[in-house]
Design a protein around this ligand. Structure first.
Ligand code: HEC
Ligand code: HEC
Length: 434
């Protein structure tokens, strides 16, 4: 098991001085380099090979990296234009948008959090939390027909055994590893999970991180955007997308607590499954999973039906790099996302059509949609929660969350701190199908 090591490198004083100048605005023009990657362990290096191997799909051509790329915010449509990705088979579209996988290694196992009578599902992997660990998760795309389409784990393992890095597998796991395809497939999941827990996926190298360390100043728009993001009467974004700019711990700023909410996202009519008007993606209640069992800490008065239509909140780190947003990929730019938050209650027809009624959940589950806190508690006639200018400022703030490793064309601080490996999920049981 890897240990958690957080190592900040001390900055040379000339860089500090330069940054102070940079913080005044001269900074904007500078082209800045990404932090030097931290060397990968042998297990992570194997995971990296597997993650990028396009030979591991049926037909070949689709690697994990096709759908999860740093430069597009760790999610990628793989050539699709409809908000959900294309798999290895022609016209095999996903049911959901690609969930980004940066900072995912901090995700707790799925469970229910109970605070002062409030019950929130949280944790687990995927938009619906159906995988318990990163290592388990990593086996599933290989076998999903609309992703990499292998018939079983053995098919994946035999491709690796015949491929260029088979020796890395035997060096790490012994010469007989390929004789037991279940064990080998479990190792594949572990190697990928270790790679996903590496610095390549969580470098904490964003402009926001530099700001927190007092090394850069925000522009007027960014700083106003952050205020609105945190203001409980305005954006109130931080009440869910957790952050703490005064903390010295970057992990207090993951911009999610991995909880689930139904926020009333409009239907993406371009998703093939949505051609059927009675098909609904209920997140925690399926159809990609069976409903989770409530745990003993949940009051008996609470029914699982209350959580149908909820989806896991992703980290907003690197969000500005993404091509589409939300579990169904219905939005293709951040302005629309923030405008949706600002006007969901006050201009519902804009989002849901003439009825003005949330259109991506069955009527029985509409009461599950959150409406008890800003910006979702707004009276219909109260006007938008945010002005156009304020929306722009929040978008400017969201852009500060892109890591230097991912963002080209966005102002980034130079390499400052390196944070290495965080613990990856414990070994998974081999999984059958998703
Ligand atoms: C065809 C595109 C595609 C490919 C290929 C693909 N993924 Fe994904 N990935 C997705 C989609 C779509 C989701 C969300 C699915 C859902 O929630 O039901 C996702 C979700 C994830 C998540 C969940 C993130 C979180 O925080 O919960 C991780 C991790 C991940 N993928 C890793 C991988 C790995 C590892 C591979 C290769 C073995 C891979 N993906 C291959 C599309 C893809
Ligand atoms: C009640 C909790 C809550 C509040 C408040 C909230 N969000 Fe979210 N946010 C979520 C959840 C849950 C999702 C995923 C929803 C889904 O896809 O179904 C999400 C998704 C997003 C996404 C898309 C991320 C991606 O990778 O697709 C962005 C961007 C975002 N939120 C920004 C904001 C901003 C800006 C605000 C404030 C104006 C805000 N959120 C307020 C819970 C919240």
């Amino acid at each position: 098991m890897l240990k958690q090591i957080l190592t900040f490198l001390k900055l040379p004083s000339d860089i500090r001085k330069w940054l102070t100048v940079a913080g005044t605005g001269a900074f904007a023009a500078a082209a800045l380099a990404a932090p030097a990657p931290i060397p990968l362990t042998a297990l992570q290096a194997l995971g990296e090979k597997i993650f990028h191997d396009t030979a591991l799909s049926e037909p070949r051509g689709t690697a994990c990296a096709n759908c999860h790329q740093a430069k597009t915010g760790f999610a990628n449509l793989n050539g699709s234009r409809i908000g959900v990705p294309l798999g290895s088979l022609p016209n095999a579209f996903g049911m959901r948008s690609v969930m980004q996988n940066s900072y995912s290694s901090f995700t707790p196992p799925f469970g229910f959090r109970v605070t002062e009578g409030d019950v929130d599902p949280m944790g687990g992997f995927f938009w619906d939390g159906r995988a318990d660990t990163l290592a388990q998760q990593a086996q599933m795309p290989f076998l999903a027909a609309n992703e990499m389409n292998n018939k079983d784990g053995a098919a994946v393992v035999s491709k690796i055994a015949a491929g260029p890095y088979a020796k890395q597998m035997t060096d790490l796991f012994g010469k007989d590893i390929f004789k037991n395809s279940n064990a080998a497939f479990m190792r594949v999941g572990q190697a990928i999970a270790a790679f996903e827990a590496s610095n390549a996926f969580q470098s904490f190298s964003s402009r926001y991180d530099a700001y927190m360390r007092g090394e850069v100043k925000f522009t007027q728009a960014e700083s106003n955007g952050m205020k609105l993001f945190m203001d409980s009467g305005k954006g109130n974004c931080a009440s869910c997308h957790l952050m703490n700019p005064t903390s010295s711990k970057p992990t207090d700023n993951l911009f999610t607590d991995f909880a689930y909410y139904a926020t009333g996202i409009p239907r993406n009519k371009a998703i093939p499954a949505n051609a059927n008007p009675s098909y609904f993606d209920l997140g925690l209640c399926g159809p990609q999973r069976t409903k989770p069992a409530l745990t003993a800490n949940v009051p008996t008065s609470v029914n699982i039906e209350k959580f149908c239509g909820t989806f896991k909140m992703p980290s907003l780190r690197n969000v500005a790099q993404r091509q589409v947003f939300m579990h169904n990929g219905v939005f293709d730019n951040l302005r629309d996302v923030v405008r949706f938050y600002a006007t969901r209650n006050t201009d519902p027809k804009r989002w849901y059509g003439p009825t003005g009624q949330p259109n991506d959940l069955p009527v029985a589950y509409l009461p599950n949609i959150i409406n008890d806190r800003a910006p979702f508690n707004r009276a219909a006639n109260a006007g938008p929660a945010l002005t156009d200018r304020e929306i722009d400022d929040i978008v400017a703030f969201l852009k500060t969350l892109s890591d230097a490793t991912t963002a080209s064309g966005i102002n980034m601080p130079p390499p400052l701190a390196n944070i290495s490996i965080n613990p990856f999920s414990p070994p998974a049981k081999p999984l059958g199908m998703r």
